[in-house]
Design a protein around this ligand. Structure first.
Ligand code: COI
Length: 351
């Protein structure tokens, strides 16, 4: 596939302190752009990273036809770059696009564009513990029109940031019983930019109350646990791994899917089912709920050390005493960092 490339003549890489990175603030030297004009995808371009310019009538700004994906690239000892499950990102991007009535991105533009860009940015992939190159594909509506209808034109882009762990400490999360994230029939399963906008006020309020993140409950009864901000959630109950079953109100995370597979590989029983907040608090009181953690591309596996529901705090095992979550976090990390064989074929060579 043809990709037009305009390389950057200078690199910012020597200005970046890879050990002190605020998530998402340092961008690599290049970006990928591909426009869809009246249903026709144009030739992708890789350009020096920089500003883009649009009319104030840009429809994405007014009606929110905007979505994104997140993935991570790692580098092996032979200096080869690898992406974790990128085809799953491609599929989910188009599931989100369909729900938001946007153009779907063809597989070759997604995969070939990523591979070319990652190859060009290989020097930016950090290799120290917990680090990665975070890759952000996104798609937005580009009609210059504030009429309320689906845009005829779209822009697909990919930008990249070297990152360290997203959460730097174990999390205290608050079960949210005032605001909701998603309801049946809505866009909860899509990686719609607006889902993240809607979570900002509740998250800020939770943070002002001393919590790190929110544990979302279902939008109808505020009874069943759904997910956390930026993560799917898992609980260890009596040695079993339990996670809310997928639905149209939960994001289908690939770290979630990978952890479920790794648990099965390691003989840990897994249940994907509805879990109510009352069940969780009761199991905690019986001493059966020991560990909890969140999973996500940015968050990888992040320990939850306590959750709070209606001002009651439920503390879980200290991280050093956790067997199940530590085993699973290490198993996943070992695959991504080439210390363990990739039996499931999750790693895709990018360049
Ligand atoms: C990701 O894990 O890639 C996410 O989508 C979370 C992001 C909002 C930082």
């Amino acid at each position: 596939m043809q990709i037009n490339i305009t390389p950057s003549h200078t690199s910012r890489i020597s200005e970046v302190d890879f050990f002190n990175l605020a998530f998402g603030r340092e961008f690599t030297d290049h970006m990928l752009i591909c426009d869809c004009i009246d249903g026709q995808w144009q030739t992708p371009e890789i350009l020096p990273f920089g500003t883009i310019s649009f009319s104030p009538g840009l429809s994405a700004l007014h009606y929110g036809q905007s979505l994104f994906e997140g993935m991570k690239a790692h580098k092996d000892a032979d200096d080869k770059a690898w992406l974790f499950r990128p085809l799953d990102n491609w599929r989910r991007l188009n599931i989100s696009a369909t729900r938001l009535c946007m153009a779907e991105v063809p597989e070759d533009i997604f995969m070939e564009g990523l591979k070319k860009l990652i190859t060009m940015e290989k020097a930016w992939i950090p290799t120290h513990d917990g680090s990665a190159l975070y890759v952000r594909p996104f798609l937005f509506a580009t009609d210059d029109c504030i009429g309320v209808r689906p845009s005829a034109n779209y822009r697909y882009m990919v930008i990249c940031c070297p990152v360290n762990p997203f959460y730097t400490k174990p999390l205290r999360i608050k079960a949210e019983d005032k605001y909701v994230r998603a309801v049946e029939g809505g866009v909860g399963y899509a990686k719609a930019a607006g889902n993240y906008a809607g979570a900002m006020l509740p998250t800020r309020e939770a943070q002002e109350q001393g919590f790190d993140q929110i544990m979302w409950l279902d939008g109808r009864e505020k009874k069943y646990i759904e997910e956390s901000g930026t993560m799917n959630l898992f609980f260890v109950i009596d040695g079993k791994l339990i996670t809310p079953e997928l639905s149209r109100t939960i994001l289908d995370g690939f770290t979630r899917a990978s952890i479920i597979q790794l648990a099965k590989d390691n003989g840990i029983p897994v249940e994907e089912r509805k879990i109510s907040i009352d069940e969780i608090t009761a199991l905690h009181q019986e001493g059966k709920l020991t560990e909890a953690f969140g999973t996500g591309t940015a968050a990888t596996v992040s320990h939850v050390v306590a959750f709070n529901y209606r001002n009651v705090e439920y503390s879980l095992l200290p991280v050093e005493q956790r067997t199940v979550s530590t085993l699973l976090a290490n198993a996943l990390n070992d695959i991504k960092t080439f210390k363990a064989p990739d039996k499931h074929g999750w790693m895709v060579m990018a360049g």
